[in-house]
Design a protein around this ligand. Structure first.
Ligand SMILES: Cc1cc2nc3c(=O)[nH]c(=O)nc-3n(C[C@H](O)[C@H](O)[C@H](O)COP(=O)(O)OP(=O)(O)OC[C@H]3O[C@@H](n4cnc5c(N)ncnc54)[C@H](O)[C@@H]3O)c2cc1C
Length: 362
């Protein structure tokens, strides 16, 4: 990393785009503070713990991947990244068994990739070394709502509580609707572009049900009509726990159906998705526990033109933006956008020649 790179950097958002930036900048000698409004890293690479009481009154729990079910790797650089030691240990190819009558998985995209033992494992692996050495510090449950540019550098705050010190640069690795308000005071043209970037919503039904007999032989179904886009048996994924006698269902509704039902009450959506699953399976599902989750920003609406590998970076302002909506789409798009941002940060910016000293940090 050339010496024009700022030294002390705040990364807002610890999904794959943010974790990728944090890891690379820490490895290049920067001091990185990464924050997320959630309780840990992963973002839409998400796994949730379900808790319920069974018919015998016993407390039970199970974990299900309720965001991206897996992802593909088509770009050679992304494929090479997935082979790197600490990352390779956290990701496995997943030969998903597709149900009869499903839409096919895109064979040209190669096998699905699956972080193990849970979806956030990939982001945890990226942050592991930096947090162990102190090059990366973290703040969880920190929903950044104010960025202030001061002569000493950037301040980042949530609900009036600022992170200690000032930062030479701030990187936003967020869905566009969440980046826009933070950008408005500093880069109104970026805020405008972010606020109109289209993202598709997704209603997700997840839960546990008594395992049917005979047991399904498939792990993934992609119905070709109706409200459901994906039906997954989470316990059939590699490296996942399987509670005895239970199927761990994760069901993603189609984007069009999710958009139509976006503001409907969760109980109503749950009942409709449960009914749709029963119709698709051809019989009632003996649920023990089920909940729904609404993803307002699940995936960027694709242009069909493949990865675009973009990011926004202002060297003069020390402000950058990356994320799947700039990288193309999906997990690979998030990583490609982070790479694009890191590459732009290496370019000498206006008034900052390659020989310039690093901006001061406190
Ligand atoms: C249901 C579903 C299905 C999907 N299916 C696929 C698929 O099949 N294939 C595929 O490749 N991809 C899929 N995806 C998309 C994939 O998960 C995302 O493209 C990718 O994970 C995005 O990474 P990111 O780092 O850009 O953003 P994110 O993972 O969204 O990370 C952004 C982070 O910012 C945090 N944040 C937001 N606002 C703030 C704030 N103000 N302050 C602090 N933190 C904040 C969030 O908590 C989040 O952790 C799916 C996603 C969902 C939800």
């Amino acid at each position: 990393m050339p010496p024009t790179t700022p030294q002390k950097i705040a990364v807002i958002g610890a999904g794959l785009a943010g974790a990728t930036c944090a890891q690379a900048l820490a490895a290049a000698g920067c001091s990185v503070h990464i924050v997320d409004k959630a309780r840990g890293p992963g973002g839409r690479l998400a796994t949730r713990r379900l808790e319920w009481t069974d018919a015998q009154g016993q407390p039970r729990s199970a974990r299900v991947d309720h965001g991206a079910p897996g992802f593909t790797a088509q770009d050679p650089a992304f494929q090479a990244f997935l082979q790197q030691g600490h990352v390779a240990a956290a990701v496995r190819p997943w030969a998903a068994r597709l149900a009869a009558g499903s839409r096919p998985l895109r064979a040209e995209a190669g096998p699905l990739q699956l972080p193990v033992p849970d979806m956030p494992a990939l982001c945890r692996a990226l942050l592991h070394e930096g947090t162990a050495t102190g090059a990366i510090t973290t703040s969880w449950s920190f929903a950044a709502d104010t960025l202030t540019r001061q002569p000493e550098g950037w301040q980042v705050a949530a609900q009036g509580m600022a992170l200690p010190g000032h930062f030479d640069a701030v990187l936003l690795a967020l869905p566009p609707a969440q980046a826009a308000p933070l950008l408005a005071a500093h880069k109104p043209e970026w805020a405008q572009r972010a606020s109109i970037a289209l993202m598709q919503p997704c209603w997700t039904l997840m839960g546990v049900a008594t395992r049917p007999s005979p047991e399904p032989t498939w792990s993934v179904a992609r119905p070709d009509h109706g409200p459901l886009a994906w039906v997954l048996r989470n316990e059939a994924k590699p490296g996942r726990d399987a509670a005895a006698g239970l199927v761990h269902w994760v069901v993603h509704a189609r984007a069009s159906w999710s958009r139509q039902h976006l503001e409907h009450p969760a109980d109503e959506v749950k009942a409709q998705l449960q009914a749709a699953l029963a119709r698709w399976l051809g019989g009632a599902v003996p649920w023990q526990h089920a909940v729904v989750h609404r993803w307002r920003y699940a995936l960027p609406a694709t242009t069909g033109h493949g990865p675009v590998r973009q990011a926004w970076w202002s060297a003069a302002g020390g402000l950058g933006v990356c994320g799947d909506f700039l990288g193309g789409t999906g997990v690979e798009g998030a990583w490609l956008s982070a790479q694009a941002l890191l590459a732009q940060m290496q370019q000498p910016g206006p008034g900052a020649g390659a020989e310039s000293a690093l901006p001061p940090s406190d």
